[in-house]
Design a protein around this ligand. Structure first.
Ligand SMILES: Nc1ncnc2c1ncn2[C@@H]1O[C@H](COP(=O)(O)OP(=O)(O)OP(=O)(O)O)[C@@H](O)[C@H]1O
Ligand SMILES: [Mg+2]
Length: 270
C-alpha cells in the first residue's frame, strides 16, 4: 500500500520568521512533512507552537521565509493572482471563528453561489444552483429555504459552523485545513461536525488536516499525527505510534493535559 500513496502536500525546511532583531519570532522552524492523499492528518501542539502560521503558509496566505512547499509533488507556484485562485480550488480552510470566514455584507445565498461560481458553475440555470445549495444545506442539517434572505451573522455559532461545511460541500477541495473548527461548540455538535467532515472525506475524496491542541481529538480522528513544539515537529507517525507510545516528554505532557478518555492509556507519569 505504501508504494501507491500519492503525495498531496509536502514541505522541505519550511520556516517562518516574524519580526527582526530582538523582536524576532521563529514561528515555524525548519519543518519537513509529507501529507498523503486520503489520510487524515493532525497537527497537534500547545498554544503558540506555530500551528496556525504553518496552516497559513500551506494555504498560501503568507509566504515561508525559507523552504519550499510542494503540491501533488510539484513545487507550488503562487506567483500570480490567477495561480492562487486556481490553487484555492484545491485547498480550503475552516477556522476557529466561523464568523471571520464570512464577508458580513453577503447574504447566505450569495456565500453559497460564490462557491458554485468558484467551481465553474456560474453559468448553470438558477434552478440547478438552488438544487445544489439545497443539497449542501441539507447535508449539514440546515434548511436552505429558511436561509436565503439571511446574513451569516443572523445564524447561531453552531449554524455558522455548519454553513462553513456546506461551503466545503460545494467547493469540494482536495485538501481541507481545519484549524480548531470545533472549539466553539458543545461536545455533541462537535461530534456532528467531525462526522460531517469525515463523511465528506469519503464522498469527495478530500484529505482533511486537523489543527488542534487536543491530542484526544487527534487520536480519535487521524491516521497520522505531527506533534509541534516551538515551531518544530518533535514527533510524527501513525496516531497509535505517537499517542499510545509517545517518545518525547512534550508529547507525554500533551497527553497528560487531556482528561482520561481512552482506558488503554497506561502512562506511568499519571
Ligand atoms: N503576524 C505575526 N506577527 C508576529 N508574530 C506572530 C504573527 N503570527 C504569529 N506570530 C507568533 O508566532 C508564534 C506562533 O503563533 P501561531 O498563531 O502559529 O500559534 P498556534 O500554534 O496557532 O497557537 P494557538 O493554539 O494559540 O492558536 C507565536 O509566538 C505568535 O506570537
Ligand atoms: Mg492557532
Amino acid at each position: 500500500m505504501a508504494a501507491e500513496r500519492k503525495l498531496c502536500l509536502s514541505g522541505k525546511g519550511v520556516t517562518k520568521v516574524f519580526g527582526l532583531g530582538r523582536n524576532k519570532t521563529v514561528a515555524v522552524d525548519n519543518v519537513d512533512f509529507n501529507f498523503y492523499e486520503g489520510e487524515v492528518i493532525s497537527l497537534v501542539g500547545e498554544s503558540g507552537s506555530g500551528k496556525t502560521t504553518l496552516a497559513k503558509m500551506l494555504l498560501g496566505l503568507i509566504n515561508p521565509t525559507e523552504g519550499e512547499i510542494y503540491f501533488q509533488g510539484e513545487k507550488r507556484d503562487l506567483s500570480s493572482h490567477r495561480k492562487k485562485k486556481e490553487y484555492w480550488k484545491s485547498i480550503q480552510a475552516i477556522f476557529q471563528d466561523p464568523f471571520s470566514s464570512f464577508n458580513i455584507f453577503n447574504k447566505i445565498d450569495t456565500v453559497l453561489l460564490d462557491c458554485i461560481r468558484m467551481r465553474g458553475g456560474g453559468g448553470l440555470p438558477y434552478e440547478q444552483k438552488v438544487a445544489m445549495m439545497t443539497e449542501a444545506c441539507s447535508f449539514v442539517n440546515l434548511k436552505f429555504a429558511e436561509l436565503t434572505n439571511k446574513y451569516p451573522f443572523e445564524l447561531s455559532g453552531g449554524q455558522q459552523q455548519r454553513l462553513m461545511i456546506a461551503r466545503i460541500f460545494l467547493l469540494k477541495p482536495k485538501i481541507l485545513l481545519a484549524d480548531e473548527p470545533t472549539s466553539m461548540i458543545d461536545a455533541c455538535s462537535r461530534a456532528t461536525i467531525l462526522d460531517m467532515l469525515m463523511q465528506l472525506r469519503d464522498e469527495i475524496g478530500m484529505t482533511p488536516i486537523f489543527i488542534t491542541h487536543d491530542i484526544g481529538l487527534a487520536y480519535y480522528v487521524s491516521d497520522t499525527v505531527y506533534i509541534m513544539e516551538k515551531g518544530k515537529f518533535v514527533e510524527s507517525g501513525s496516531a497509535d505510534e505517537v499517542i499510545l507510545r509517545p517518545k518525547g516528554a512534550y508529547t507525554k505532557r500533551l497527553i497528560n493535559d487531556v482528561p482520561k478518555i481512552y482506558e488503554e492509556w497506561d502512562l506511568s507519569t499519571v
